[in-house]
Ligand binder design. Structure first.
Ligand code: FAD
Length: 457
């Protein structure tokens, strides 16, 4: 009898343990992807992620066809859709990789209730979440000791190759047509900058990795904080959709010199985030520090729109928000700056920023996003403090953001090094660039005063 191979955010054939298990079972394999906007508490994919998903599913379909197989597309609540498909083809077994978002765990429970044999395999993270423990057997809260302990259990196993063929069923079940899912923008077509920057799919992921090794990887430590340069791997959307495994990335940078350790430590942040949401499934909904429930957040649609559209009058913040809008991605240093700005300079709830990122990032990932936003807010389980307020006007020259600003805020592109980070009022008028929507010193005082109310309470 046939078996189902259920793809989620693991859209690859190489180093994919569920693919391998299904292929080596010898049974006819029915690969399936379900577009699920319906499972309880399921976060619908954002618009940028849908754009990416379209390309990624096309690539996966082709790769399966090259192996004599197919990708079946269905839409609806995953447990029901899979149970129906299983009944249709007479399958009892499903192979899939582990995922830790709360809605996937709900879906898995529901599938087991349906009486299906769900085989879950590891491989989306360096180490399975829940396996790295303190000496006392508890989970880590803080990244640094978590990563120290993780390293004792690493490296991950060597990656496995994609199987040459998958056994096919006598007849294929029906599949939706991908174009009917309308994952791509129509009017307006906002994705031109996305197409210029990205190639979704496994081959695109390997090409990014190739471009990163060995030189960029070896310079990573020195260059990763400079947004004007391509100092980081830009693998995040590929990793988020699972088009490449962290083990593949880990082993590919072996021997690339000085930057490797720091780069692998960033992959460690990815594992850390998964551990947090595996333990605290509602991390995206609620601050981990309960005092933050009473935080006096402002509500200000105008300030929010200025942040979203890159019109705050802080060039580094605006460059970041426009890079996000144009390409679906922001440099990590600038993510930290724009998040701090929203939360502390504008005093808007981190959840509002998290939602905007969720909708606009091509690498939008529940764990990475909510853990980083709570980290920025100082409301998380980690050690970061609200009172750590980033100063955008200091960060910008410190990390040489001039060319980055010139690229994404073209009205300032004629300005020299002296003016680009904080143009004078006259320059702003001439360039038709707004005045700062809030002053740094005044914003800082307001933020600390707001924080004092919950610290006292
Ligand atoms: P590299 O520097 O080349 O790092 C390699 C990989 O390590 C990345 O692809 C990523 O998978 C992982 N990584 C690096 N930094 C982090 C980090 N701080 N936390 C977790 N994983 C990390 N990353 C996402 O993938 N999805 C998100 O939704 C997301 N939201 C974020 C929100 C905020 C407010 C902040 C401050 C950061 C967020 N990040 C998110 C983390 C980080 O900014 C991106 O992973 C990184 O910029 C991706 O670029 P890269 O692939 O070139 O990274």
């Amino acid at each position: 009898t046939s078996i189902l191979l259920w793809f989620r955010r693991d859209l690859r054939l190489a180093d994919q343990a569920a693919v391998l298990a299904a292929a080596s079972s010898g049974a006819p394999v029915i690969p399936v992807y379900v577009l699920d906007d319906e499972t309880p508490r399921h976060r619908k994919l954002g618009a940028a992620s849908r754009w990416w998903l379209d390309g990624s599913l096309r690539a996966l379909s082709k790769a399966l066809e090259a192996r004599g197989s197919r990708l079946i597309l269905r839409r609806g609540a995953s447990p029901q859709v899979l149970a129906e498909l299983a009944a249709e083809v007479g399958a009892r077994t499903i192979h899939a990789l582990h995922h830790y978002e709360p809605w996937w765990r709900n879906a898995e429970k529901a599938l087991v209730k349906e009486g299906l044999n769900l085989h879950l395999h590891h491989g989306n993270f360096l180490l399975p979440p829940g396996t790295v423990k303190t000496g006392g057997g508890t989970n880590f809260r803080i990244y640094t000791p978590f990563w120290r302990a993780s390293q004792q259990l690493l490296p991950p196993p060597l990656p496995s190759a994609a199987p040459d063929r998958l056994a096919v069923p006598a007849a294929w079940p029906d599949s939706d047509r991908l174009s009917d899912w309308c994952l791509l923008p129509t009017k307006p077509d906002w994705a031109a900058g996305f197409r210029a920057e990205w190639t979704p799919g496994e081959a695109g992921a390997l090409a990014r990795l190739d471009a990163f090794t060995p030189h960029r990887a070896s310079a990573y430590n020195d260059r990763r904080n400079y947004p004007s340069e391509e100092g980081t791997s830009r693998l995040s959307p590929h990793l988020a959709l699972g088009e490449i495994s962290p083990a593949q990335v880990w082993h590919a940078v072996e021997g690339c010199g000085a930057g490797v350790e720091q780069f692998r430590a960033e992959l460690g942040w990815r594992d850390y985030g998964q551990n947090i949401i595996a333990e605290f499934p509602d991390y995206g909904a609620r601050p981990a520090k309960p005092a933050f429930d009473a935080f006096p957040w402002r509500e200000d649609a105008q300030d929010l729109a200025a942040w979203q559209q890159g019109r705050t009058g802080y060039p580094i913040v605006d460059a970041g928000m426009r890079q996000l809008w144009q390409t679906g991605w922001i440099h990590n240093r600038v993510r930290m700056i724009v998040a701090s700005f929203l939360i502390k300079h504008l005093l808007l709830d981190w959840r509002v920023g998290e939602q905007w990122f969720w909708d606009t990032l091509v690498d939008a990932d529940y764990a990475q996003n909510v853990v980083n936003w709570q980290w920025s807010a100082g409301s998380g389980v980690d050690a970061n403090q609200f009172a750590r307020i980033m100063a955008p006007l200091t960060q910008s020259p410190k990390f040489d953001a001039g060319d980055y600003i010139r690229r994404y805020v073209p009205e300032l592109s004629a300005l020299g090094e002296e003016e680009i980070h904080d143009p004078t009022p006259i320059m702003r008028r001439r360039c038709n660039y707004p005045m700062p929507i809030v002053g740094h010193v005044e914003a800082r005082q307001r933020a600390l005063a707001a924080y004092a109310t919950i610290k006292a309470g």
